[in-house]
Design a protein around this ligand. Structure first.
Ligand code: AMP
Length: 303
């Protein structure tokens, strides 16, 4: 089992969905990712928080075994994101993004972190993502990256630079179209692969996820749920399940990638059942295995 390094946002989110509203709750791409991946492997988190960040949130991550020594506290306010979803929960409408302490953050990886075999560059400024990959002392076994419209629009050249350094990209469908400047998703996956990542994972919310590797497709559905309250963090949790599972595998072959896609879907299906990390904090390993088994039944073609 290999250590999994993640850099990304640790945030306080304010979210409104048709089913409720929360303010300044625990969020952030690296937070959802770390928590989900911690069910599979040892996660080492690199991020920054402000002096307003509740200590209990750090305890929550530490208690799951996440190594938080790379989580630095700076003077100022924590990263904040606020967003809203309508009845179509597939699309988040960003109301406000405040980088706050992330505006000045420059991670410095200690020796232990520079040799970690698995790296996830969670959604954050692509310049920060690049900063982290260039500090690695040796080529990791697998580097994956996630991004979003905010950075595709605002930092495209830096994003294109870091994309050359990664093996996998996880991205949602609207953002894949935006990054590739191509409305057809099949073509968009090919365009994105030509930017660097040999594996392209497109997340499609309630419609599941698509993996494209060397021109071959693999598709998993989303778990059918009647109780979806807040999709925030689903993408990052998917990536946590996907990368966390792979970090425990001997072979990173096609079969492992396919199973990782299912673990990603399994983990994301829990996150959306409640606001913030609330459902994840009640999650148990047997529930993960149970839902994984249910996926077999969902997609079985014969018998
Ligand atoms: P998702 O998994 O795509 O739903 O990601 C949701 C998380 O992304 C939220 O908890 C936010 O705090 C975080 N987030 C939103 N916008 C940004 C951004 N521009 N950079 C980094 N993280 C963000």
């Amino acid at each position: 089992m290999g250590d999994l390094l993640v850099v990304g946002s640790v945030a306080l989110d304010s979210v409104q969905t048709p089913f409720g509203k929360v303010e300044d709750v625990l969020g952030g791409s690296a937070t959802f990712f770390s928590y989900a991946a911690s069910f599979f492997t040892r996660v080492r988190l690199v991020a920054t928080i402000g002096d307003d960040f509740p200590a209990a949130h750090v305890v929550l991550l530490r208690e799951r075994g996440v190594d938080v020594t790379g989580l630095t506290q700076a003077h100022g306010r924590t990263f904040r994101w606020s967003g809203r979803y309508g009845y179509d929960l597939n699309e988040a409408q960003t109301l406000d993004t405040q980088l706050n302490v992330f505006a000045e953050f420059r991670p410095s990886l200690g020796d232990g972190l520079r040799r970690v075999p698995y790296v996830f560059l969670a959604n954050i400024d692509p310049e920060l993502q690049l900063d982290v990959v260039t500090q690695m002392a040796e080529r990791p076994r697998l580097v994956a990256l996630d991004t979003m419209n905010f950075w595709i629009q605002g930092k495209r050249p830096a994003l294109r630079r870091v994309l050359r350094e990664v093996d996998v990209i996880t991205i949602n469908d609207a953002e894949a179209r935006q990054l590739a400047e191509e409305p057809n998703l099949v073509k968009a996956a090919r365009v994105i692969a030509s930017m660097g990542p040999r594996i392209v994972v497109i997340k499609r919310g309630e419609y599941g996820a698509v993996l494209v590797a060397d021109g071959a497709f693999f598709i998993v559905p989303a778990f059918p749920l009647e109780s979806v309250y807040d999709p925030t963090g689903a993408g990052d949790t998917f990536a946590g399940g996907f990368m966390g599972y792979l970090a425990g595998q001997e072979e990173l072959d096609r079969a492992a990638m396919r199973r990782a896609m299912v673990y990603g879907s399994v983990m994301a299906s829990f996150t959306v059942e409640d606001f913030s990390l609330n459902r994840l904090t009640r999650l148990t390993p047997p529930e993960i295995q149970e839902r994984y088994a249910a996926f077999h039944e969902l997609v079985r073609l014969e018998g």
